[in-house]
Design a protein around this ligand. Structure first.
Ligand code: MN
Length: 201
């Protein structure tokens, strides 16, 4: 399963059909098995002749540009994306992340609406992110192509992939419907754990 090179293809924390009907087995097989694998392979090839060889994925995304940035960004993006979902996803607890969301957007429901709108509005391929600064203040970031909040000095917590390869087989042009469905499989304890690493520093 693993790709040879500096970086390896992550293991999926669930079987490829586990997120049905929100994300089909066919979409996961292509998105994870072909697209993500392709980004990791290309990243490893580029690193062989790069001054960034030896850096962490996060360091590369924060400092590289061009094709190296694109492939490192997409590797990191998809590592965060695939590991934030679960077929037995649990909700947001009444903790620090919940309170930060309510401070910024008034309620969890309103946060989801603003996030869903942001993802729907992106023109072309990209990502919509929930990100935090080092103080734990939250932001919704609309980013094009393979970018990541690290490129803007923010730390990514949760990302929805807005590239058509993430949803077109299952939802065709109905991007909003896809984004709204994803809330059913977001595993909030995973996002809370990412937030905890920032605010506990
Ligand atoms: Mn993707």
């Amino acid at each position: 399963m693993h790709t040879d090179g500096v970086f390896t293809l992550i293991e999926l924390p669930y079987p490829t059909d586990a997120l049905e009907p929100i994300i089909s087995k066919q979409t996961i097989e292509l998105h994870y098995g072909k697209h993500l694998r392709g980004y990791v392979d290309k990243l490893n090839t580029l690193l062989k002749s790069s001054e960034h060889n030896g850096a962490s994925l996060e360091e590369i995304v924060a400092s590289a540009d061009g094709t190296l940035f694109d492939n490192a960004g997409q590797t990191l993006n998809h590592n965060l994306y695939f590991t934030q979902f679960s077929p037995s996803a649990k909700g947001l607890s009444n903790g620090k992340l919940y309170r930060a969301i309510c401070d910024k957007w008034g309620s969890e429901e309103n946060f989801r609406r603003v996030f869903t709108d942001a993802g729907t509005e992106i023109f072309g391929s990209g990502w919509v992110w929930l990100a935090a600064n080092e103080n734990g203040e939250l932001y919704i970031e609309k980013m094009t192509n393979g970018s990541n909040p690290l490129a803007e000095g923010l730390i990514p917590l949760m990302g929805f992939d807005i590239w058509e390869h993430a949803y077109y087989l299952d939802y065709q042009n109905r991007r909003r419907e896809h984004i709204e469905a994803l809330w059913q499989i977001v595993d909030w304890p995973t996002i809370e754990e990412r937030y905890k690493e920032i605010i506990d520093k």
